[in-house]
Design a protein around this ligand. Structure first.
Ligand code: SF4
Length: 407
């Protein structure tokens, strides 16, 4: 990795930033809005409580960042297939600011006519007027940061919304014509029980969203929740309860028609998240915004990875001075790219196309890990055919153990 001071040298030398062949046809763009109205107790994401002035400075910086990255990269890609506003709380953005970003993306890059434009939205900052404006601006997929369906659990997680706001935001989004909605849910918070979760899942499924993301709560060092746990002020559910909750999630959603297409993601047919699919399938992405990550695959299948400056002011000031906003630039070897292909691709129920792995690694997985592959097949954890390598449903539940054998 290079320090920020070496960034421009590294960029100048990198074939990634000189006009190249159109090796990679599809690109995703991620826009990171790092502001929230308060910090949730479990949050270790790159987010801060920000003012209106911060938000406007961020917006100007985003427009510059998009121009700069398009100047270097746009010719490498045939079209942009997805634009994702993540955070933080992107729903703090007015339709006007969102619209300016979408318009700029469409003027700088060639975009697919069916480009997926997702916005993460937190229920407390969703209004009918904003929904109307976001939709008019081009947002066609909404990802609601619901996290829990009970007021008690929302309180424990330190979320600023309640369950009534979830219902209201969801119904308002439907009324405004959003027909592709994801609900983000978290299970395994302190004292969580399978009975509570079953009730919450029933409530969430009754809304009939097109997509669910269901993650187990992860405890990150330095967060208020980690502190509460270390002081014995609360306790996480034991492993067997977490396992029960996980299996309950898979069973309930699958029986009701949401396909488990990724370890933690479920969708109605044709409603998988196109943006995340691109990343799980080793696709390239541009990251704009503070702390956003980007990845460009070079013609020799090595990868250039970038991470933007953090904190926000450093990112904004770099762009105000006309500098590249990268904090890190790293060129991954082909071997690292192949490992990443496994880490990402085996999360998907459809697995990894054999040819994709061969391109990345330069050698078939069965040649380098034949014995391990056979063992996982015999254990019923892995399927291999001429087209793909994929984990079984049980293999997906044991993802980390399977990866240890294959990497
Ligand atoms: S809304 Fe998300 S990003 Fe913001 S503080 Fe809560 S968990 Fe963190």
């Amino acid at each position: 990795m290079s320090e920020a001071g070496q960034t421009e040298t590294a960029l100048g030398q990198s074939p990634c930033f000189t006009p190249g062949t159109r090796l990679h046809q599809e690109l995703s763009i991620y826009v990171h809005l790092p502001f929230c109205i308060q910090k949730c107790v479990y949050c270790a994401f790159d987010s801060v409580v920000g003012s209106e002035t911060d938000l406007l400075a961020w917006h100007q910086a985003i427009l510059r960042d998009l121009e700069l990255q398009a100047y270097h990269l746009a010719q490498r890609y045939q079209y942009v297939v997805s634009l994702f506003f993540g955070g933080g709380t992107p729903s703090l953005l007015s339709p006007r600011l969102i619209g300016e970003i979408i318009d700029l993306v469409q003027s700088l890059w060639t975009c697919s006519t069916s480009m997926e434009i997702t916005m993460e939205a937190n229920p407390e900052s969703v209004t009918e007027a904003k929904l109307h404006g976001w939709r008019r601006a081009g947002v066609n997929r909404l990802s609601l940061g619901v996290q829990a369906m009970s007021d008690h659990r929302l309180f424990l997680l330190g979320r600023p919304h309640d369950s009534a706001m979830v219902q209201r935001a969801f119904q308002a989004a439907r009324t405004e014509g959003f027909d592709n909605i994801n609900l983000d849910l978290i299970y395994g918070s302190p004292q969580h029980t399978p009975e509570q979760w079953r009730w919450e899942l029933d409530q969430a499924m009754a809304l009939e969203p097109e997509h669910f993301s269901c993650y187990s709560l992860s405890i990150e060092p330095g967060t208020p929740l980690a502190e509460q746990l270390s002081l014995g002020q609360c306790a996480l559910p034991p492993e067997d309860i977490l396992e029960t909750i996980h299996f309950l999630t898979v069973e309930s959603l699958v029986i009701q028609g949401w396909e488990r297409y990724e370890v933690s993601n479920y969708a109605r047919p044709d409603y998988c998240c196109r943006h995340n699919l691109g990343i799980w399938r080793s696709g390239d992405y541009v990251g704009v915004g503070p702390a956003a990550h980007g990845k460009t695959t070079l013609d020799d299948w090595t990868e250039v990875r970038t991470v933007n400056h953090w904190p926000v002011q450093r990112y904004v000031h770099a762009l105000e001075r006309g500098e590249v906003p990268f904090q890190w630039v790293e060129v991954s070897s082909r071997r690292e790219a192949a490992v990443d292909c496994l880490l990402m691709g085996l999360r998907l129920a459809s697995g990894i196309p054999r040819q994709l792995y061969l391109d990345r690694a330069g050698v078939d997985l069965l040649e380098t890990k034949g014995r391990e592959v056979q063992m996982l097949i015999q254990e019923g954890l892995l399927h291999v055919d001429t087209a793909s390598i994929r984990l079984s449903a049980r293999g997906m539940d044991l993802l980390n153990s399977c990866l240890e054998w294959l990497i």
